[in-house]
Ligand binder design. Structure first.
Ligand code: NAD
Length: 253
């Protein structure tokens, strides 16, 4: 690999599993230093131990944070700066999926979880990293994980879709407000990716999911990570305030 992220420091939320984990691994291969942030501290530490055992000691560290709590995210940004000296990239990727049919909702229970994690979590990352980028004076890149459901309706996904649509809106607004500090913001919309979120479903349902994409397969987490690494690199300097669809054609149907 071309070491496209040499000298860069990145913070990746949801870095202990799935798309986030694949992106941690890819960023390290591209020469970045990475803070693995997750609510699951044990798995985040395990990711770090495995990468260190692979001969990359000094390239990774872990921090526990619940992205729905601003103080946690702010502390994680500070930790990246304490450990690696600066911050260049934040990948706001932590998320949860699920939901109920709208008319089955208990509004006190079924609306808020996705909004707190998938929407507020990204807001918190943009705010904390944006403040760091401004004070550093070196620019920065904000990449956030939306979804095909940020742009389309889906079964049982009323508040998930709302949260993922907000991620796209936040990305436009962040690009607009932070351009004067040399900051770029990009959202990605994965389709059906083979991570624990999807792998928990039956073989039959996974076959249906695969058939919704043009290669008739689930996307590999590493394929999403490849795109995120490109977007984080200087090769993507002209991509700003927009959505990059990484859905293997899901949206053509
Ligand atoms: P995953 O479950 O494998 O990974 C999500 C990670 O986020 C886990 O390690 C989890 O512990 C962490 N997390 C959950 N809540 C958190 C919180 N409050 N604070 C910090 N960390 C938290 O899932 P994934 O498929 O890799 O999902 C990553 C992102 O991609 C999510 O935002 C998801 O909505 C999005 N996405 C996934 C797919 C897919 O098909 N898998 C498609 C579109 C979008």
């Amino acid at each position: 690999e071309g070491k496209r992220l040499e000298g860069k420091v990145a913070l990746i939320t949801g870095g202990a599993s799935g798309i986030g984990l694949a992106t941690v691994q890819k960023f390290v291969r591209e020469g970045a230093k990475v803070l693995v942030v997750d609510i699951d501290a044990e798995r985040a530490e395990k990711v770090v131990a495995e990468i260190e055992a692979d001969g990359q000691a000094g390239s990774v560290a872990a921090a526990q944070a619940d992205v729905s709590v601003y103080a946690d995210v702010e502390a994680a940004v500070q930790r990246a700066v304490d450990v690696f000296g600066r911050l260049d990239v934040i990948f706001n990727n932590a998320g949860i999926a699920g939901g109920k049919a709208l008319l089955d909702h208990d509004p006190a229970v079924d609306y808020a979880p996705m909004i707190r994690v998938d929407q507020d979590g990204v807001y918190h990352g943009i705010l904390a990293a944006g403040r760091q980028f401004k004070s550093q004076g070196t620019g920065g890149v904000i990449i956030s994980t939306s979804s095909i459901y940020g742009e389309q309706a889906a079964e049982l996904a009323f508040s998930y879709s709302a949260a993922k649509a907000a991620v796209i809106s936040f990305t436009r607004s962040a690009a607009y407000e932070l351009a004067e500090y040399g900051v770029r913001a990009v959202a990605i919309t994965p389709g059906r990716v083979g991570t624990p979120i999807i792998n928990q479903f039956s073989e039959e349902l996974r076959t249906t999911f695969a058939s919704e994409q043009l290669r008739n397969a689930l996307t590999e987490p590493s394929e999403i990570a490849d795109v995120v690494a490109f977007l984080a690199s200087d090769e993507a300097n002209a991509i700003n305030g927009t959505v990059v669809h990484v859905d293997d054609g899901y949206s053509v149907f």
